[in-house]
Design a protein around this ligand. Sequence first.
Ligand code: PBG
Length: 332
Amino acid sequence: MSGHDAPTSGLGPRRLRADGVRELVSETDVQASDLVAPVFVDATTDERQPIPSMPGHERVPVDEAVPRVREVLETGVEAVIVFGIPESKDPEGSRADAEDGVVQRATRAITAETEAYVITDLCLCEYTDHGHCGLLEDDAAEDPRLTVRNDATLERYRSIAVSQAEAGADMIAPSGMMDGQVAAIRDALDDAGHDDVPIMAYAAKYASAFYGPFRDAADGAPAFGDRRHYQMDPANAREARREVARDAAEGADVLMVKPALPYLDVVADVRREFDHPVAAYNVSGEYAMLHAAAEQGWLDLEAAAYESLLSIKRAGADLIITYFAEDLADQL
Ligand code: PBG
């Protein structure tokens, strides 16, 4: 038999599915070193607060940031992305770039006391009293077409980026989806002498229903309207290529797609079209739904979580931000 004609009976592809050889021919794997664990630091609390919609995750006070990160490191995961819940909110999100802001304090402590690689999420939605990712237009509450001012918001992002880098952030991850945000932040970082700090762009970030639990966790739900005027339309994949190309041209070092599982076509496309490292964010809703099903006894949590992350890798992601990071690394 030439090997090109498919036989009509007898074993074929099953020959390589036997124990002993299956691992040798496997194309994809997930390692602890591929994973980034989200950490929530909360300036409004003195005690760890469980996040009900994200079982196993907590908001921790600033002085628990280091112990929290040590727990992550013990599992073998080496990178964290830090989100902050500030002590107070206002229309400009003025605590986002405060030298003694929640993320700045936590980052200073974590980088001083641990070996973790610290990525800081850069956005305003946790810091503004209206919950939007930037400064509002005057008529925003009346006219949903006018929500967030683009270039005025970029000025805020520049300042936040510099304050995070001064606090010791190893990488900055802007998630607000303003146009030009990568270029603005790159320029601000370079001007301030932080040309060694890379940018992981939330490049194709969709206006997704899967962020629900995160908005509880980080207290960042918009007080009115939604984020469809700045985040991407879930209907669009070709547009993602244009968005990502812009971020790449603006100097993004890592290109992220978010969410992950409902957008694996986009992950695969970005992998094919760009040479940059590709990140995928396996978001809070993707985590919460597996937990909810497992709680009912309808899914095996460990197996479903591993298969999810394996699929994200198979689609082409080099790194994955995931709430499963610690559990999975423990299991590996
Ligand atoms: C902030 C931000 C969000 C997430 C990460 N950064 C929320 C949003 O855009 O509404 C979501 C993460 C998740 O759901 O796990 N802009």
